[in-house]
Design a protein. Structure first.
Length: 199
């Protein structure tokens, strides 16, 4: 993350995203594939690490053979007549000041307890007969009835690594020369991870 100053002099925390150029590698239609969609690809991959199927598929879109694609996504949408395989989608489709949604995979945090995972307060200080159990979950409410633990009970477990969508983020700046988007606030995922920016 970084920060920029607004014309009013306010310091705003922002995230910089490399948003393109993305290549249209396939136009799917309901007659052949059963649904209408646009397949978009982004990123570089060495030719020696690409399969023959990948090479043949991207050759149709006139992709550079030295820089094969690393990330492919299908977006269900009605295909416009102006779209063609091989066309590039660049960052100039975004406008400063508009709202966007960003979808990504959150950072994986491993197995965590209830205090970190669900925001439990713990038992406070060492009282109520507790000893060295300040972050314990406490009772889970099962007795002679219902003689089981209810589904969905908040307990310790794996945290993070989930699909997260942050909505209504403001585009602060569009840098067309380097295909960069400067978006207000934080977005899900670690540095260098792939995200989807939706208008």
């Amino acid at each position: 993350m970084t920060s920029i100053f607004t014309p009013e002099g306010k310091n705003v925390a922002c995230t910089v995203i490399e948003a393109g150029p993305c290549v249209i590698t396939q136009l799917k239609n309901s007659e052949k594939e059963g649904y209408n969609a646009i397949q978009i690809a982004f990123g570089d991959k060495k030719l020696k690490n690409s399969t023959k199927a990948e090479k043949g598929h991207f050759a149709k879109s006139n992709s550079e053979p030295k820089a094969m694609i690393t990330e492919i996504r299908n977006f269900r949408a009605d295909i416009e007549h102006s779209m063609k395989v091989g066309d590039e989608i660049k960052v100039d489709i975004f406008v400063e000041g508009e709202f966007v949604d960003v979808v990504g995979t959150s950072k994986g945090k491993g197995f965590q307890g209830v205090v970190k995972r669900h925001g439990f307060a713990g038992v406070g200080m060492a009282t109520h007969g507790q000893h060295n159990r300040l972050r314990a979950p406490g009772s889970i409410g099962a007795a002679s009835w219902p003689s089981r633990v209810f589904k969905g009970m908040r307990m310790a477990g794996r945290m993070g690594g989930e699909r997260v969508k942050k909505t209504n983020l403001v585009v602060m700046k569009v840098i067309t020369e380097q295909n960069l988007l400067v978006i207000k606030g934080a977005i899900p995922g670690a540095k260098g991870s792939f995200v989807i920016v939706e208008k």
